[in-house]
Design a protein around this ligand. Structure first.
Ligand code: HEC
Ligand code: HEC
Ligand code: HEC
Ligand code: HEC
Ligand code: HEC
Ligand code: HEC
Ligand code: HEC
Ligand code: HEC
Ligand code: HEC
Length: 385
């Protein structure tokens, strides 16, 4: 990636020099000064893809008629329906793209997308190449000002699809988390289509691999696919995914299972197991913090709690398997370690309390002793007067 980046930069710099000269002879720029501004920033200008490559015409004259003459193969403004083919004339041609190491499958993918299919049926409201890339200010995706730079993708799609992703993922993107998915991660940039129901877990599983593996081993995988239910999205949604916790078991399972069904009971059982482990962990962590505030050395307890937490964190994805014995095993380990730490810290607290009481008694005794001595001294002094 960075090697490619470097070579592109070097090429671009070298070519910008050449471009400067080539564009001096490009009289289209003289009259079309608004487009000139965008165009000179674009990667096409840097690689000498000139106005004529897309529009035809004669770039060596300042005579408007001659410049736009049909004899000079001027083709005017491309119709929306023609644009993908125009771009593809270079971008699908392996011979032309080879020197740049660019993929040549964008047009092929586009044709299989919902956008491409509807365009072929004459619906020109769909996205064509220039809706996502612009026509004259085309920049590579790694350039932060590009309309297809990952941070800008949601707003690029949202020009037509009212801002969709409102959940954890877009919140994470907004915070600059580059690991969160954009529209194009789940839908593909050029294959934009909702993932088929049976493919949702693959899409989500690109990042949530453990959840995917356990979901696919569950009875849900087969029966959800058979009944055309969208896998992960049927419980989490696709664009308004909320942060998860134990409450989900009370709200989501009853969408499909009766409140007295076996399935719902299984959900409640899992919830109870997770809750118990979680509460025990929280309590132990709280005690640990208290002990630490009293400057007690708690490092041994801390490493045991880290171990307990890791069992709990394993149980969260495993929960998707609906495999009670497996969940029980992990939550039991988490809970028993946490309980252990808890009771040690409790008895430790007890010892501390007794010590404190002892110390207080000693001080009270000493204080009383001093008072007695003082009074005795005073009495003696009084006798002398
Ligand atoms: C002498 C100034 C001048 C030059 C040189 C010139 N243009 Fe134009 N161009 C214009 C003007 C003015 C219009 C708008 C006139 C109109 O709408 O008919 C225009 C319109 C266009 C349009 C839109 C036409 C349509 O039918 O939608 C395109 C595309 C275009 N020019 C491309 C080019 C290209 C490519 C070159 C260089 C080969 C070029 N022009 C050279 C002045 C110029
Ligand atoms: C990579 C192909 C490509 C190149 C290079 C290109 N254009 Fe265009 N141009 C288009 C497309 C596609 C449209 C259709 C409008 C759209 O989708 O935004 C267009 C639209 C236009 C229009 C009419 C609409 C408008 O935006 O005003 C003019 C005028 C124009 N181009 C002039 C130019 C000039 C001058 C240059 C060179 C500086 C140039 N174009 C370079 C593809 C290109
Ligand atoms: C005459 C051939 C030609 C045409 C037509 C053409 N391109 Fe390009 N395009 C290139 C070349 C050459 C490059 C520079 C290669 C590179 O980026 O390394 C390029 C670069 C790009 C890039 C940046 C790729 C990257 O990541 O580096 C995008 C995006 C792009 N073009 C989109 C389009 C779109 C959209 C259209 C149609 C409106 C189009 N191109 C029309 C030749 C063309
Ligand atoms: C719905 C929006 C959309 C449409 C339509 C679209 N693109 Fe893209 N394109 C993207 C996004 C987003 C990226 C960058 C991220 C990626 O590649 O996953 C991209 C990347 C590219 C790249 C760079 C790929 C690389 O390997 O660096 C090229 C070239 C390109 N598109 C050409 C085209 C062409 C040609 C068309 C029309 C046939 C087109 N795009 C239509 C959104 C779109
Ligand atoms: C120029 C407007 C426009 C842009 C930009 C655009 N789309 Fe679309 N998109 C449409 C239209 C119109 C449809 C067709 C809706 C329908 O089914 O009637 C569509 C359909 C879709 C569908 C299929 C919906 C379905 O119900 O099957 C998906 C998925 C999609 N777009 C994703 C994206 C993504 C992701 C991006 C950005 C990378 C994007 N779109 C950018 C206009 C656009
Ligand atoms: C985490 C993955 C993911 C992300 C990110 C995502 N989508 Fe989707 N999208 C899906 C799934 C899964 C479906 C189909 C399941 C469903 O209907 O809930 C879908 C369905 C769609 C549809 C068609 C159905 C509908 O609701 O109209 C459109 C259009 C769409 N998404 C556009 C977008 C746009 C635009 C963005 C970015 C702003 C985006 N998506 C971000 C996963 C995602
Ligand atoms: C039958 C409903 C259901 C399905 C289907 C489902 N989940 Fe979950 N998921 C839940 C519940 C309930 C929780 C909350 C567990 C907790 O925190 O107590 C959860 C938690 C999560 C979490 C956060 C906790 C963790 O594991 O770290 C992620 C991420 C997640 N699910 C992803 C997925 C993915 C990816 C899929 C598809 C492969 C999926 N889920 C399918 C119900 C479901
Ligand atoms: C490109 C990677 C990626 C893809 C694809 C992806 N996610 Fe995520 N997901 C993340 C990241 C990163 C976070 C953490 C966001 C945060 O907390 O800041 C996250 C968070 C979540 C959470 C919240 C977990 C919690 O602890 O509360 C759930 C639930 C979730 N994703 C479900 C899904 C589902 C369902 C899909 C598919 C429709 C999906 N994800 C696709 C990266 C991804
Ligand atoms: C979108 C619908 C849907 C949701 C939501 C859902 N399930 Fe299911 N579940 C099914 C389907 C379909 C089956 C296949 C058997 C059937 O039809 O009852 C199934 C089967 C099961 C089974 C195995 C069969 C059985 O009855 O013992 C269990 C256990 C189960 N689900 C638990 C859950 C739990 C726990 C939740 C909530 C975290 C949940 N389900 C949420 C659709 C769903």
């Amino acid at each position: 990636m960075s090697a490619r980046f470097l070579s592109i930069m070097i090429l671009a710099l070298a070519l910008a020099e050449l471009t400067g000269r080539a564009q001096e002879q490009n009289f289209c720029l003289v009259c079309h000064s608004e487009i000139k501004v965008d165009y000179l920033e674009s990667i096409h200008a840097a690689f000498n893809v000139t106005c004529v490559a897309c529009h035809g015409g004669d770039p060596t004259t300042l005579d408007s008629r001659a410049a736009h003459a049909l004899e000079a193969f001027f083709r005017g403004t491309p119709q929306r329906a023609e644009i993908p083919e125009l771009c593809a004339s270079c971008h699908s041609d392996p011979m032309r793209m080879k020197p740049y190491g660019l993929r040549t499958d964008q047009y092929a993918e586009y044709q299989t997308s919902r956008h491409g299919k509807l365009l072929a049926q004459g619906d020109t409201r769909v996205a064509v190449c220039t809706d996502c890339h612009t026509a004259h200010r085309i920049l590579p995706a790694w350039e932060p000002r590009s309309t297809v730079h990952f941070e800008n993708i949601p707003s690029t799609c949202a020009r037509c699809h009212a801002q969709r992703d409102q959940g954890v993922h877009s919140a994470a993107l907004a915070k600059g988390n580059t690991k969160a998915p954009t529209c194009a991660t789940c839908h593909g940039a050029h294959g934009a289509a909702p993932p088929g129901v049976e493919n949702v877990s693959k899409v989500c599983g690109m990042c949530h691999l453990a959840e995917r593996t356990h979901f696919e081993s569950s009875p849900h995988k087969k029966s959800m696919d058979a009944q055309n239910i969208g896998e992960c999205a049927s419980c989490h949604g696709s664009h308004t995914i909320e942060p998860t916790d134990r409450k989900l078991f009370d709200t989501v399972c009853t969408n499909c299972h009766g409140a007295d069904s076996r399935a719902h009971l299984v959900g409640q059982k899992i919830k109870t197991l997770l809750l118990a482990a979680d509460e025990s962990l929280r309590e132990a962590t709280h005690l640990l913090e208290q002990a630490q505030q009293r400057a007690v050395d708690v490092s041994a307890y801390r490493s045991r709690l880290i171990e307990a937490r890791s069992y709990f964190l394993q149980a969260l994805p495993v929960q998707h398997s609906l495999d009670i014995p497996h969940i029980e095993e992990l939550t039991r380990r988490a809970k028993s370690i946490a309980d252990d730490v808890r009771s040690s810290l409790h008895s430790f607290q007890g010892v501390m309390a007794i010590r404190l009481l002892g110390l207080t008694l000693v001080w009270v005794f000493l204080l009383l002793l001093m008072i007695v001595i003082y009074l005795a001294l005073r009495e003696r002094r009084g006798e002398h007067l």
